[in-house]
Design a protein around this ligand. Structure first.
Ligand SMILES: C[S@@+](CC[C@H](N)C(=O)[O-])C[C@H]1O[C@@H](n2cnc3c(N)ncnc32)[C@H](O)[C@@H]1O
Length: 450
């Protein structure tokens, strides 16, 4: 019962705009945070469907339940894994079960869908995530883009070549797909195309990874043979992308604090054919940059824990994601510590920092603060065709070391490999991106969303 009361309370608070789901769940002190978070997210996702069922069956009148309490109970009864309570609530809900089930079935027939999931895109509470293209990264450790395209064509998919503009990604429908505009190993399918049971996915030939999540490794672009460090790595999608870019040659140190996530990562990397990794269940902040083991680390990917406010699935139903100020501050402080720590590796040439947050506190402000403390580093312009740049970092005060009158116009050392701006890039001029530099040999770049 406590689970449902707490979940309903959080939904009430979200409606009153008292905070984002993740923060409210986190702050609830409920003993099983994961279970609570999953229930709240699902009930919120299916909110419009649940409301329609509850209204049509007059459940509130008959049971005297509040709407959000009814929603979480009906969710678990009809869509989730069954009620996790006993006593009077279970008896009450069981009494109404067949009426509620009939209403759900009627709704599916009316909308001409067979799965509960498919009700989402047709309900009034349409979710944004459902409208995003399905991105599929070709795992070049196991296959080639050409082979995957051929395979899918033989299965009846129509390949429309490389996208020429962003609009091409939005107009995909049916069994069509295209090659992404920016990333050479990324295929784009219409929203909701499901590959989870597909042979190519099961065999690790394709990875289901959003475009935003592909940017950090793509932009870091470590060459084959390099020594690379992935600081907060699990579950490892970016790690496997890095390994693919390095063609499994070199060394990829990957750390994560969470043993369970690291073990999942280990399985995923095996499936993806990654062999150049060295995993460690370790706090990155306790990794010694001066250790001889890391003396040749030249590339670091830093994708630390964040508020997740930029993840579409977590924003569903919230018009304006709101984080508790205290939590954001704590996250930003942690991210800054990680970033400052990463810049202490003596051979570091380039670092990619990413979050899936939409808050400037976790993005631009962290980068600005870091650059203020690490005058040997600068941002460099990458991916010039990318439309979103975020805010420029606070300028270094005039007269102080590292001051540049037009920091956005500075670039990394000529010849230092960089996507979009240097070797192997796609052209584009100085200052065309969210990138800064001040010491020739070190680069720090910030794709700000995963
Ligand atoms: C955003 S997730 C990383 C996602 C991953 N880069 C990917 O693409 O699959 C952040 C990860 O950082 C880990 N983490 C948090 N604090 C850490 C620390 N001090 N040291 C190492 N890992 C940490 C968390 O366990 C979590 O798995």
């Amino acid at each position: 019962m406590a689970l449902y009361l707490k979940a309903a309370e959080i939904l009430d608070k979200v409606e009153r705009k008292e905070g984002a789901v993740k923060t409210l769940v986190y702050d609830s002190k409920f003993q099983n945070i994961k279970q609570l978070f999953a229930l709240v997210c699902e009930a919120q996702k299916f909110s419009a469907v649940l409301q329609d069922i509850i209204t049509a069956t007059k459940l509130l009148k008959d049971t005297k339940l509040r709407m959000n309490l009814a929603k979480v109970l009906v969710y678990d009864l009809l869509i989730g894994q069954g009620l996790k309570c006993g006593g009077s609530w279970k008896a009450m809900m069981t009494k109404h079960r067949s009426r509620l089930q009939s209403e759900l079935a009627r709704m599916k027939i009316k909308k001409k869908v067979s799965r509960n999931q498919d009700l989402l895109s047709t309900s009034s509470g349409q979710i944004e995530g459902n409208q995003l293209p399905r991105y599929v990264r070709v795992n070049t450790l196991k296959t080639t883009v050409e082979d995957v395209i051929d395979y899918l064509k033989r299965e009846g998919f129509n390949y429309h070549g490389q996208a020429g503009r962003m609009e091409d990604l939005r107009t995909l429908s049916g069994k069509t797909f295209i090659l992404d505009l920016h990333l050479p190993d990324l295929l784009v399918f219409p929203p909701k195309t499901d590959f989870h049971d597909h042979f190519l996915y099961q065999a690790g030939h394709i990875i289901l990874q959003d475009k935003a999540s592909c940017l950090p490794a793509y932009l870091l672009n470590p060459p084959a043979g390099a020594q690379v460090l992935d600081a907060c790595a699990a579950p490892g999608n970016k790690t496997s992308h890095l390994a693919a870019i390095m063609r499994n040659k070199g060394k990829l140190f990957a750390f994560d604090l969470d043993a369970k996530r690291l073990s999942t990562m280990s399985t995923l990397l095996l499936r993806a054919g990654v062999t150049c990794q060295q995993l460690a269940n370790q706090d990155f902040l306790k990794v010694d940059p001066e250790s001889p083991e890391y003396s040749r680390v030249e590339y670091i990917l830093l994708d630390p824990s964040c508020s997740g406010s930029g993840m579409v699935c977590l924003r569903d139903g919230c018009s304006e994601p709101q984080e508790g100020a205290g939590r954001l501050q704590a996250l930003a402080a942690f991210q800054l510590r990680c970033l400052n720590h990463a810049l202490r590796f003596p051979s570091l040439r380039r670092l990619a920092y990413s979050t899936c947050s939409i808050h400037t506190q976790e993005n631009e402000e962290v980068v600005s603060a870091c650059l203020q403390h690490n005058r040997g580093y600068r941002l460099v312009p990458l991916l010039p065709g990318w439309p979103e740049r975020g805010l420029p970092p606070a300028p270094v005060p005039a007269g102080q070391p590292g001051h540049h009158s037009h920091p956005r116009l500075l670039r990394g050392r000529p010849g230092a490999p960089s996507r979009g701006g240097g070797r192997g890039g796609r052209g584009g001029g100085e200052g065309s991106g969210n990138a800064f530099a001040n010491q020739p040999s070190n680069q720090c770049q910030t794709p700000s969303h995963r």
